[in-house]
Write a protein that binds this ligand. Structure first.
Ligand SMILES: *[C@@H]1O[C@H](CO)[C@@H](O)[C@H](O)[C@H]1NC(C)=O
Ligand SMILES: *[C@@H]1O[C@H](CO)[C@@H](O)[C@H](O)[C@H]1NC(C)=O
Ligand SMILES: *[C@@H]1O[C@H](CO)[C@@H](O)[C@H](O)[C@H]1NC(C)=O
Ligand SMILES: *[C@@H]1O[C@H](CO)[C@@H](O)[C@H](O)[C@H]1NC(C)=O
Ligand SMILES: *[C@@H]1O[C@H](CO)[C@@H](O)[C@H](O)[C@H]1NC(C)=O
Ligand SMILES: *[C@@H]1O[C@H](CO)[C@@H](O)[C@H](O)[C@H]1NC(C)=O
Ligand SMILES: *[C@@H]1O[C@H](CO)[C@@H](O)[C@H](O)[C@H]1NC(C)=O
Length: 767
């Protein structure tokens, strides 16, 4: 349980550049200005002001002559952002109407086969309207868009939805003619990043919605890209690339620059996206999990939820460490990553005749002839040597020329290591996971290369160290589909329990996030290396960044069929129909240890959009339900006003309970010393299908917990709501994490919720 102590974890959301840099933010010294986000009580505006922005200006002027306002917010939060000294912040906190002042943060950015894998081809037959243009709008906060990509071709799309209030902003290499009936909006936000002194190199980064990075184009096309035939990366993953919701419209909000996204910019984009009237917001970015009231993305997402917008976020790439999941507020849909049934196999054949398998996306012929083979740690250019990490210029050309080089993974981007080997005259590279990682990542490299898991890497090293003249070949085998078992939870996918609030089980669910093919920028090479001249229309990348837009798109699809469903109802439909077993009945595996995964790994399970369109019953939630939840968290009146942008008084006589939020899953937390403890969760089901009778059944692997449900049978009329209470009783004061599930079934439709039990978790978290 030592991992429980790791409470705050910073996450990168793209695996492509897999360098685990943490975001060390230097404290501001006396006169240095840094950006703060200021939450203001708008109703307390003195009557002499006739607009809140004038009042906010006057608040700022009263504490500083020089401070400039970066943004005024009105939809995502009430307040503004500005660069301030510590002294100014102290003054600001005592101003009338100022509720909370939080420091700006910099966050990181954390498909051809997917539609068929998910059964979307079946949906096209069941709901033909889902393939024609719909009025559902998906907003993406990311690195912008490459509008020329065929994934944003608007041929056949109807007029822009009349609800749309957004626009297509003009800037470097981007003007209104880059938008169309598919890509209906494009905006960009850079004030926060600029104020945080991350300079923007305008020769490399377009001051416009144009995507110079590729991440944003990839996520936007995954969520709602138009179908593109014959898409592939150098022939890999070939087929028709399409987004999850082909009919939906795309609106991009560029908030990330060179992999850095400032919360002040993100909030400005959320503020605008709410005004623009998007229906879904997709955020493949994040930082560490922090208390909701300190987390401005969670606060902005609360406002979005109030406007009926479903906010879908990546869970983070800090798995398989426990408690690593981020973006955990209950009004956010939190998405982890699983694999597809597609792989890019390759193998190394050693001089001793043995074969070792891995994955590769190398374009071109393999290295079929046998060549000498060396470990990078034995080929260092520096006398001290010994490092196997293949940093640039770290290899001695006379030691690696004409050879295959084995490099250890870590510290710098994987593609960069390939470049190091190639520059030193190496012919091929084997990239080995370090630590215990058994999940290799398929990458595009500049030379024949294969990625292998830790155990395979160790076996190859053993051969290299014991053989006086080691040799090998690399054989790349192309794209293979029908891989079993699939999906498995990706090793990197961040895991529960929820460190802020273990009663809310997170992640909510998983979706495809490993080796996903989608549209890309043409301003960058697929390896991200400046020295790589190649440009591609589609690239293959991995991360919870890729899983998130799958769920955003599927939510858009559900919204197009059920326009009146709330964000909570849509999420409930996705969760209660998610699957946790393979067809043979075995539980989905965790790639980190090849053992059955748990709800802390996959939440409710892997998304199944075909079933999600007809969930039978849903666990719906209203804004009031969430306000009750904030009361149960013992938030102060100012905290609640900061979160909900309104005065709301918790009734001291009311019995607010964290366990009664109408969530489609159960985080059961026993915080007990001795004796019996009973925990009740109340839930309310809404029938969104035909009238019928549902019966409950429970599974659990926690023998020390007694579970009872009352009532056990519920008959629903159409659209009827009915409640039940589930009671968990334990006599054990200490036990291992264990899991279960609750199912309501009418014999045809199964409405399933995961249950996760933990004992004394909170105390451990606080150690
Ligand atoms: C937009 O840019 C395109 C291509 O650069 C150019 O042909 C067109 O005239 C521009 N349109 C406007 C309205 O500026
Ligand atoms: C797809 O590619 C194949 C082979 O390159 C070609 O024969 C075929 O015409 C292409 N189809 C389309 C629709 O472009
Ligand atoms: C992908 O390409 C391979 C080899 O050219 C071909 O056999 C296969 O049918 C293609 N797959 C799809 C989905 O087009
Ligand atoms: C390694 O793979 C090659 C090609 O598939 C095969 O010919 C060879 O027999 C394999 N060797 C071993 C030891 O499995
Ligand atoms: C190569 O490196 C390994 C591990 O650092 C070491 O054990 C081995 O002795 C080295 N081999 C040679 C020939 O230097
Ligand atoms: C809120 O306060 C009550 C009363 O002090 C306490 O019993 C409860 O545990 C607190 N809840 C949380 C989530 O801290
Ligand atoms: C409040 O809820 C707790 C636990 O569900 C229960 O034991 C208690 O009786 C309730 N109190 C009131 C006043 O309803």
């Amino acid at each position: 349980m030592k991992t429980l102590k790791k409470y705050f974890i910073v996450t990168l959301f793209v695996i492509l550049v897999a360098c685990d840099i943490s975001l060390a933010r230097t404290k501001n010294s006396e006169n240095e200005k840094i950006t703060y986000i200021v939450h203001v009580s708008k109703p307390r505006m003195p009557t002499i002001f006739n607009h809140h922005s004038i009042w906010y200006q006057s608040i700022l002027k009263s504490i500083s002559n020089s401070a400039e306002m970066l943004y005024t917010y009105d939809n995502a939060i009430h307040g503004f952002s500005a660069s301030l000294t510590i002294e100014e912040v102290q003054l600001l906190k005592s101003q009338t109407g100022v509720l909370k002042v939080t420091m700006d943060k910099n966050y990181k950015l954390l498909t051809t086969r997917t539609p068929k894998f998910l059964g979307l081809d079946k949906i096209a037959n069941m709901f033909p309207t889902t393939t024609i243009s719909s009025d559902v709008i998906v907003g993406l906060l990311d690195t912008g868009v490459w509008p020329e990509s065929k994934s944003f071709d608007d041929t056949g799309y109807g007029p822009i939805p009349s609800s749309w209030k957004g626009k297509c902003e003009t800037g470097t290499n981007f003007n209104t003619s880059n938008c169309n009936k598919k890509l209906i909006g494009a905006r960009f936000y850079s004030k926060g990043v600029k104020a945080s002194m991350v300079s923007i190199d305008e020769t490399k980064e377009s001051l416009s919605p144009r995507d110079d990075d590729g991440h944003g184009t990839h996520t936007a096309s995954t969520a709602a890209g138009s179908p593109v035939e014959n898409a592939s990366l150098f022939g890999y993953a070939n087929g028709t690339a399409r987004g999850m919701a082909i009919g939906a419209r795309v609106a991009v909000y560029k908030v990330c620059w060179k992999d850095t996204c400032s919360v002040s910019d993100i909030l400005a984009a959320m503020d605008q996206a709410i005004a623009d009237q998007v229906n879904i917001l997709s955020l493949s970015l994040g930082g560490e999990a922090i208390d909701y009231i300190e987390d401005n993305i969670a606060i902005g997402a609360f406002a979005a939820m109030e406007h009926g917008i479903l906010v879908s976020c990546a869970a983070g790439n800090s798995g398989p460490t426990s408690l690593s999941v981020t973006n955990v507020a209950p009004w956010i849909t939190t998405v982890g990553a699983g694999t597809l049934d597609r792989d890019f196999p390759a193998y190394v054949n050693l001089g001793n005749g043995k074969n070792y398998s891995g994955v590769s996306l190398y374009k071109g012929s393999s290295l079929p002839h046998t060549v000498p083979f060396i470990y990078a740690g034995n080929a260092s250019s520096d006398e001290g040597g010994g490092q196997g990490l293949c940093f640039p210029y770290s290899l001695a050309p006379e030691k690696v020329a004409g050879k295959i080089v084995l490099c250890d993974r870590g510290e710098i981007s994987r593609a960069q290591k390939g470049n190091t080997v190639k520059s030193a005259g190496g012919l091929g590279m084997v990239l080995a996971n370090v630590g215990t990682g058994e999940e290799p990542t398929a990458d595009v490299h500049v030379l024949p290369a294969i990625s292998v898991g830790f155990t395979v890497g160790e076996a190859i090293k053993k051969y290299l160290f014991s053989n006086p003249k080691p040799t090998g070949t690399i054989v790349v085998q192309g794209t293979k589909i029908g891989i079993e078992p699939s999906p498995v939870v990706a090793q990197f996918s961040s895991r529960g329990p929820n460190s802020i609030n273990p009663q809310i089980l997170k992640p909510d669910l998983i979706a495809p996030g490993v080796s996903i093919l989608a549209a890309y920028t043409r301003n960058k090479s697929p390896t991200s290396l400046d020295s790589d001249p190649r440009r591609v229309d589609f690239n293959i990348i991995s991360g919870t960044s890729m899983a998130c837009p799958h769920v955003s798109g599927l939510a858009a699809l559900i919204k197009s069929v059920h326009p009146d469903w709330s964000p909570a109802a849509i999420r409930s439909a996705l969760m209660t129909t998610a699957y946790t077993n393979y067809k043979n009945g075995m539980t989905l595996l965790d790639s980190a240890n090849n053992k059955p995964a748990t709800p802390f790994d996959f939440g409710a399970g892997h998304v199944d959009p075909v079933l999600a369109l007809n969930p039978g019953l849903v666990y719906d939630l209203t804004v009031d339900d969430y306000l009750y939840f904030l009361c149960a968290l013992n938030y102060t009146a100012d905290d609640i006003e900061t979160m909900a942008r309104r005065k709301y008084t918790c009734d001291p006589k009311k019995n607010y309970s964290l366990t009664n939020l109408n969530y489609p899953s159960f985080g059961v937390v026993f915080e007990i010393g001795n004796g019996v403890k009973e925990i009740k969760h109340m839930r309310t089901l809404t029938n969104v299908g035909a009238a019928g009778t549902y019966k409950v059944s429970i599974k659990s692997d926690a023998p020390s917990v007694k579970i009872s449900v009352e009532p056990k049978v519920i008959s629903f009329k159409k659209n009827e709501k009915k409640s039940y209470i589930i009671t968990f009783t334990t006599s054990s004061s200490k036990s291992a994490q264990s899991f279960g599930s609750l199912e309501w079934s009418n014999g045809k439709t199964i409405v399933r919720s995961p249950i996760a039990f933990s004992w004394n978790l909170r105390r451990k978290v606080q150690e």
